[in-house]
Design a binder for this molecule. Structure first.
Ligand code: NIG
Ligand code: FE
Length: 412
């Protein structure tokens, strides 16, 4: 008989996120009252009524048993968009923004991304790794079990590689599963010409990154005064030729055409989308590109949120992410769900699905984590709360009690 690794029983709710039937953005989410989950070999073996599950899988026979009385079990969060490896501190820019300075003004003065680039280039490998591990610890405590991390604060081959190596090393030693994205085209380095830098990305950085095999995606900041649609297209097509799947930072500050580009190149995701149009959203749906919304960024910049409701009404599978970076300093997917509900009028059920199953699709793991159904990886959180609604409902506090990764308790 196979070893029973874990039984979580008597939960006031098991928020069972399953493959949806596409009928709605929250289809597939089945809240099971008085539920339980059984885990064998790191995979979910059974989900359902606690009485029935514990008869078939007695907690006393399990390596680990968790009595979840009064608590909720949900899938671990999947965070499909972060910039979590960097050095330096930009909290003074938070103060400057509160005084009325815009993100672009700060960037034009050499602050913003370029300031983090200077600090990251100066940091040694151990500092980059230690900083990333610290951020991952906070993310894990907030229930994230799979996290995408981008490079992009190096803007030269050596530092971009060092960032990707930090991600690879962190992945080996931290319980969170990491997904690495190369983003050499995050900004034009100080003193460089944009076209010349695009050539450097294509001719030098991309081949080196691809040779090392340490990135899965290639992302571009397609934005006014950063990379044009044509420059972005060149980079994404070159990335694709090197085996890196495209992602795009699109329509964050202005409507430039990055979303249509994402659809054209068959990107895995298009992210931000604050200024995306209905036609853009339809193009994403036709291309199978997942829209990733980052309400923390809009909140921090005090701008309008992306039109999540409009996208959901078009039938788009909306995903959520933290966008954790020095300009959006939130590690918490739970808080992203609060902002999704309060700022973007998503329902708690839609927000949970967007932060788990659809978020996994945004990093090309549609059959991977982010679900609580038989055969899915046993990545889950036990919440100190009676239902999944309490995650967006209670903001500013962390409701995650216990985190399980591949059936092992990795945080409590
Ligand atoms: O996704 N918009 C571009 N990149 C990041 C911000 C990075 C930074 O300001 O350091 C984002 O929000
Ligand atoms: Fe970003």
């Amino acid at each position: 008989m196979t070893d029973l690794q874990l039984v979580v029983h008597d939960a006031s709710e098991v928020a069972a996120v399953r493959d949806g039937d596409g009928s709605s953005a929250s289809s597939g989410l089945e809240p099971i009252d008085d539920g339980a989950v059984a885990v064998v070999d790191g995979e979910i073996e059974a989900v359902g009524d606690s009485g029935a599950i514990t008869r078939e899988y007695p907690p006393e026979n399990a390596e680990t048993a968790i009595d979840a009385t009064g608590r909720t079990v949900q899938p671990g969060f999947v965070d499909p968009h972060t910039h979590a490896v960097f050095a330096g501190d930009r909290s003074d820019e938070f103060e400057a923004k509160l005084q009325g300075k815009s993100y672009q003004e700060i960037m034009a003065e050499g602050g913003g991304i370029l300031r983090t680039v200077r600090a990251t280039r100066e940091a040694d490998d151990e500092t980059l790794l230690a900083n990333l591990l610290d951020h991952l610890d906070v993310m894990l405590a907030h229930g994230s079990t799979t996290v995408e991390v981008k490079s992009g604060y190096g803007l030269d081959a050596e530092t971009e590689l060092r960032m990707l190596e930090a991600i690879e090393r962190a992945d080996e030693r931290h319980p969170i599963d990491l997904v690495a994205t190369y983003m050499g085209a995050h900004a034009v380095p100080e003193g460089s010409d944009a076209d010349e830098y695009v050539d450097e990305v294509i001719d030098e950085q991309l081949p080196t990154v691809a040779d090392q095999g340490i990135a899965e995606f290639c992302d571009v900041f397609c934005e006014e005064d950063v990379f044009s649609v044509e420059q972005s297209r060149r980079i994404l097509e070159a990335g694709r030729a090197h085996g890196l799947a495209p992602k795009v930072h699109a329509e964050e500050f202005v409507h430039l055409g990055g979303t249509q580009l994402a659809a054209d190149v068959g990107a895995t995701s298009a992210d931000h989308l604050l200024h995306a149009t209905t036609d853009d959203v339809r193009a994403l749906i036709d291309a199978g590109t997942v829209p990733v919304l980052l309400p923390g960024t809009a909140f921090g910049l005090r701008t309008e949120y992306a039109d999540a409701r409009g996208m959901l009404e078009e039938g788009a599978p909306v995903a959520l992410a933290t966008d954790f970076n020095p300009n959006c300093y939130s590690h918490s997917m739970g808080y992203a769900t609060t902002l999704a509900c309060v700022g973007m009028r998503m329902t708690p059920a839609e927000a949970l699905v967007a932060a788990t199953r659809t978020a996994a699709a945004a990093i090309d793991r549609p059959d991977g984590p982010g679900r609580l159904e038989v055969g899915a990886p046993a990545d889950l959180c036990v919440l100190d709360a009676p239902s999944h609604v309490h995650v967006p409902y209670s903001f500013g506090v962390n409701r995650v009690d216990t985190v399980v990764k591949d059936g092992e308790v990795v945080h409590e």
